[in-house]
Ligand binder design. Sequence first.
Ligand SMILES: [Fe+2]
Length: 212
Amino acid sequence: MNTQSRRQFLKQAPVGAIIAVIAGRALAADAGKDKSTIENLTATLEARANGEARYAAFAKKADEEGYTQVGSLFRASAKAEKINREDLEKVLKKLGATPKVTAQAPEVKSTKDNLAAALKLVNEEHDDKLPDAISKARSEKNKEALRAFNYCKNSQTEQVTLFEDAGANLEKWKGGTKVIYVCEVCGLTVLALPDEKCPSCLEPIAKFVKVS
Ligand SMILES: [Fe+2]
């Protein structure tokens, strides 16, 4: 899915279409589903926790360099990571596992490089790792894990578009702030509020918080 179609998709697609796209990608990724759902939950939790710290550090750097709108984007992304992390921790506990995270010190470079690094990591997760985890959870009929993985994947859809746009048009992201909305239930990160409900978790738009 390219940049423009991702944005249109989030604006217009009914939830069924979102699930259908996820299901299609999951089927294509079946070959890689060699880990248990507990292992996938733990790996996804670690990615979220380290992502939260990484984006917070990237936001600070962006502000220092004057790319304050990129700072807004990274702060919104950190918020989404936190929401997904807390959700994954609850799912792991429900399954009788102990959530564990090995913290990695964020590698902070220039904002241009940080955006490229963020885009690479999100694409790896969105296009490969999470579809594998979704496929495995579906085959195990683990509804809670499936929901949590889908929330993580959906939350990244517009993030990818925004990271791409900021990286390609960095000077336009200099100065001021950018208002970004994050769903406090599922972490969906968007520039424009949906009409009525969050298309990912179906909660009312009142669940979105503004980050800038
Ligand atoms: Fe949501």
